[in-house]
Design a protein around this ligand. Structure first.
Ligand code: ACO
Length: 386
């Protein structure tokens, strides 16, 4: 308390710890990130989305057999019921892809083999695996339906990232593209108590079911201050248009007190380690890709250089995971309005793991707000009001 009557208000819950966790550590000052103790750099180099999802959900790395079974389960859950596909088709063109995803995920219990609320942790993990696989299939199908109206089921010879591209395009991707998406997905799989994960936990802390909790997470991810920043960052690159316009555009935006989407972070006051991995991809795809990708890449790299020089050390504003994604996704062939839904699919293991962990020692989340309005105002009957 600041004095006897006024509490200290932590706006945006900045700097507030609300629980303990063993899932993820973010060191914002040093720009470091670990999932279950493994550094993001070592996972990006050696692991896959499936393995990282297993690690996040179960707490340890799988052996060969466990990973194979886990991968098969995820891929089989990417196959969608015909009625669910019809729902997606019915919403196509009427809502943004992220809104379709939110609606379809809230309708998922209608298409689940499981009971809606599981009691045992093992059952809950099984349910989480189904949710992760299903959301991946839903996101790919939202993209495919918007593209050509068709549903393609998953191919059991491909992993999750390969299947997202297969279901989206109706043809098998090449290894390089598939691996790029795989790494993009594992980089987004988890990130401590960010807005969407916290929102998931808040909903689940009421003992609402996991589908409700994940739907709440998707709602929070959508906004441009969180997961929606990836689409906005690409919008900016499109608006800049030509690499030579980059510096002038950024200068004017900053002078006009506009935020540059894909920069800044509540926790990182150093370079986001995920952005470093994605930036290396940008340098890789700079040559030998379409003119559009080359243009986005050149703009992104020039914007990053300028922003880092201007605001990096001085204000602690560095590129975050959302800045470089647009050119990479465009290279991979992902349409812009699928960026944030894909982020949701990638983050679904993190949401589920946090929910399961929190439920092990659940406490309803109910913070306080400090009322600073009037009290005991005399009630005036409506006919006497001016
Ligand atoms: N561009 C320019 N200035 C910025 C940016 C930015 N991207 N981000 C923060 N700032 C400035 C603010 O204008 C403010 O300046 P001031 O002190 O002179 O008023 C200062 O930095 C603090 O900014 P806040 O928004 O108050 O800081 P907060 O911790 O609340 O914000 C946030 C974090 C919301 C991510 C912010 O940096 C932002 O809006 N970034 C752009 C959106 C974005 O990229 N979001 C994705 C984050 S990663 C993720 O969620 C997956």
């Amino acid at each position: 308390m600041a004095d006897n009557t006024t509490p200290t208000i932590m706006k945006g819950l900045e700097g507030v710890y609300f629980t303990e966790t063993k899932i993820c550590k973010v060191d914002g000052a040093k720009g470091r990130l670990w999932y279950r103790g493994y550094s993001i750099e070592s996972l990006a180099k050696n692991s896959s989305f499936e393995e990282v999802s297993y690690l996040i959900l179960y707490g340890s790395l799988p052996n060969v057999d466990a990973l194979g079974a886990f991968r098969n389960k995820l891929v089989s859950c990417m196959a969608l019921d015909g009625k669910l596909v019809d729902l997606i088709k019915g919403l196509n063109g009427k809502m943004a892809a992220m809104d379709i995803l939110r609606t379809i995920v809230s309708a998922m219990p209608a298409f689940s083999e499981k009971k809606v609320f599981q009691n045992e942790n093992d059952e809950r993990i099984e349910e989480a695996i189904e949710i992760v696989g299903r959301i991946c299939g839903i996101v790919a199908t939202i993209g495919a339906v918007s593209k050509n109206g068709n549903y393609t089921g998953p191919d059991s010879t491909l992993g999750v990232a390969g299947n997202i591209l297969y279901m989206l395009n109706g043809k098998k991707p090449d290894e390089k593209t598939s691996r790029m998406l795989d790494v993009m997905m594992l980089l987004h799989a988890e990130h401590s108590s960010n807005a969407s994960t916290f929102c998931t936990i808040v909903a689940g802390s009421t003992l609402a079911d996991i589908y409700s909790a994940i739907t709440a997470g998707i709602c929070a991810l959508k906004g441009p201050l969180h997961g929606g920043a990836d689409e906005k960052a690409l919008d900016m690159m499109k608006a800049i248009g030509s690499p030579d316009n980059t510096e002038k555009y950024i200068e004017e935006a900053l002078e006009g007190k506009k935020k540059i989407m894909g920069f800044g972070h509540r926790v990182y006051k150093a370079y986001d380690p995920r952005a470093k991995v994605i930036k290396a991809y940008l340098e890789d795809i700079q040559n030998g890709s379409t003119l559009e990708v080359q243009t986005f890449t050149a703009i992104a790299l020039r914007a990053e250089k300028m922003m880092v020089e201007k605001l990096g050390e001085t204000k602690g504003i560095w590129p975050n995971v959302d800045f470089f994604s647009g050119p990479v996704y465009t290279y991979i062939g992902i349409p812009k309005d699928l960026f944030t839904p894909l982020f949701a699919a990638s983050r679904s293991p993190g949401w589920c793991a946090h929910m399961l962990e929190y439920w092990q020692d659940n406490k309803l989340i109910r913070p306080l707000d400090y009322y600073n309005g009037q009290l005991d105002i005399p009630y005036v009957p409506i006919e006497q009001r001016k």
